[in-house]
Write a protein of this length. Structure first.
Length: 549
């Protein structure tokens, strides 16, 4: 059964130790109970449709507290927006914007700070008499019925400054703690008519009542030019857990690849100038192809990355924050990593907290390249993930044509409204003829809402009217119990009594796993009372259930 029964994916709690020597290189193995991640939403194209050239979340545009998302169709040159929903999102778009693919992800934010949100998309336009193309960014207001039909803001750098832009990253987020989200645009280089520079710039547009897109409010200039053909990656994350966002870039310079970090303060980003740290990625230094997440549950981000380009070392190295020096002081030599997985030719992949209802401890993912591209996911723990993966996904294992489905991937958004975080991914090159594919892999336990004959029963629990699920109804050999991933008070124990009040069964529950099972094959037919408690012993729900053997 392909269901994501994360009952078996245990978040280990073994204590961690400080490691000072080269980490032990661990071979990757498979947990015998590993499960195939459950695909709940899919759109594919025909030969040459390039479905999934871009995708990404757009926030909650219809006010139902479920995340919505957008998908780009290459041949049609359209962004299409879809609404999330339970048990799965709709496959019919609610909004379409004609645009050639320029920026591979949408962006959104409350830029004015008044609760009126905007969703933005990139679109190439012809300039210089058709000899070149530049990118416009168009921001559409979220209305009572979805998205507005025309843009409220248009960022057209060529029309205003004659700069031809092609951003490497655009995102909306509140950086300074003031009213309104900032708009952040990162460029590897700029072209003005025939003059091209490859010195990166990161533009910041201040949020608030005076938000505008005519001129950047502040610019962080990188003083070194990058190689013209190299990639340039930018992340804005809280690396050190001080609740201030940090700016992180990786680019290829004359000396080689470099990692640069600007640490956040009470006054950033408006006071960022030169990087606080620069690390050249030689053979002994890791942190190339970076993925950030909290793998050890200490509320600080950890880093997974490959050794520097050209290194003789292979595999993936993890730099965990628990019981480790501050990220401001770490050397980031390979010997500074706490964990290292040995398999060559793999890449770290963001997966998110698919099996943790607290949304704190993320699963660690690795992606194997063709000819058999596969995502493997490892449960996090207090000591970080171990080398035995607990879940996996590959198109051919799921009855689809073989091919890589992981190009644009977005984690930790709930597209189904069940309180668990899901994984959105797409690849316009799938499956060798550029048909393209987009899909959502579900987080949390499998609840057979898509099987009407099973008779899933919903009950109120904690702060949700439909927070607890039981099936089958009546129970025969077993009764399955599952709960939402966002309850204000989570189940930690259940007890079953017969009609006379005699205790029949009881069990401790793992609230982060989201499901449990009562084996009823040896229980007499009849009616029983199932009671669920929180960690303080408070009754969360009392439900009458029927067993029929």
């Amino acid at each position: 059964m392909k269901a994501l029964l994360l009952l078996f994916l245990l978040l280990l709690a073994a204590p961690s130790t400080i490691l000072h020597a080269q980490p032990v290189i661990e071979p990757i193995t498979q947990n015998p109970n590993a499960v195939l991640l459950r695909r709940i939403w899919t759109i594919t194209g025909s030969d040459g449709d390039y479905v999934g050239q871009g995708c990404g979340p757009v926030g909650d545009i219809n006010g139902d507290s479920i995340s919505d998302f957008a998908l780009h169709f290459g041949r049609a040159a359209e962004w299409r927006v879809y609404l999330g929903g339970l048990p799965a999102p709709s496959t019919n778009p609610v909004w379409i914007f004609k645009a050639s693919i320029a920026l591979p992800t949408p962006f959104y934010g409350d830029f004015l700070g008044n609760g009126r949100r905007f969703v933005g998309f990139g679109n190439f336009i012809n300039v210089l008499g058709g000899a070149a193309r530049s990118e416009q960014l168009r921001l559409f207001a979220v209305t009572d019925t979805g998205l507005a039909t025309s843009a409220s803001y248009i960022l057209d750098s060529y029309a205003r400054t004659q700069y031809i832009i092609g951003p490497d990253m655009v995102v909306g987020m509140n950086l300074d703690g003031q009213v309104g989200d900032e708009l952040i645009i990162a460029h590897r280089g700029l072209r003005k008519v025939d003059s091209v520079t490859y010195t990166p710039e990161i533009w910041f547009y201040r949020g608030g009542s005076g938000f505008q897109v005519d001129t950047p409010s502040y610019i962080v200039y990188d003083t070194e030019p990058t190689r013209s053909s190299s990639s340039y990656t930018v992340q804005v994350v809280d690396l050190d857990g001080d609740r201030h966002f940090d700016l992180v870039t990786v680019g290829q310079y004359a000396e080689g690849y470099k990692l640069k970090i600007w640490f956040g303060t009470e006054t950033s980003p408006w006071t960022w100038t030169t990087p606080d740290r620069e690390i050249t990625l030689y053979n002994t230094v890791g942190l190339y192809y970076l993925v950030f997440n909290d793998y050890d549950g200490d509320h600080k981000l950890d880093i997974a990355g490959l050794p520097g380009p050209g290194t003789i070392n292979r595999g993936i190295y993890l730099y965990l924050s628990r019981n480790a020096p501050s990220i401001r002081e770490r050397s980031f030599l390979l010997s500074d990593a706490q964990r290292a997985f040995s398999e060559p030719d793999v890449f770290p992949q963001a997966v998110g907290s698919l099996n943790d209802s607290s949304h704190i401890v993320a699963m660690f993912g690795i992606r194997r390249p063709p000819p058999a591209p596969t995502l493997s996911a490892f449960s996090g723990s207090g000591a970080g993930p171990n080398a035995s993966y607990d879940a996996l996904y590959s198109a051919h294992l799921d009855g689809l044509s073989e091919g890589n489905v992981f190009t644009a991937s977005f984690t930790d958004w709930d597209y189904t409204g069940d309180g668990w975080r899901d994984h959105l991914t797409s690849n316009s090159g799938w499956f060798g003829n550029n048909s393209g594919i987009a899909m959502i892999l579900a987080g949390g336990p499998y609840i057979p809402l898509d099987q009407p004959t099973v008779g899933v029963r919903t009950e109120p629990i904690a702060d949700h009217q439909r927070g607890l699920y039981l099936w089958p109804n009546p129970a025969t050999t077993e009764l399955n119990i599952a709960w939402r991933g966002d309850l204000s008070s989570m189940p930690t124990r259940m007890a079953v009594h017969d009609v006379s009040g005699k205790l029949v069964a009881e069990s401790e529950l793992r609230p982060e796993l989201g499901s449990a099972r009562w084996a009823t094959d040896g229980v007499a037919s009849g009616r029983y009372l199932l009671t669920v408690y929180d960690r303080h012993g408070k009754v969360l729900a009392s439900i009458s259930v029927v067993v029929r053997n």
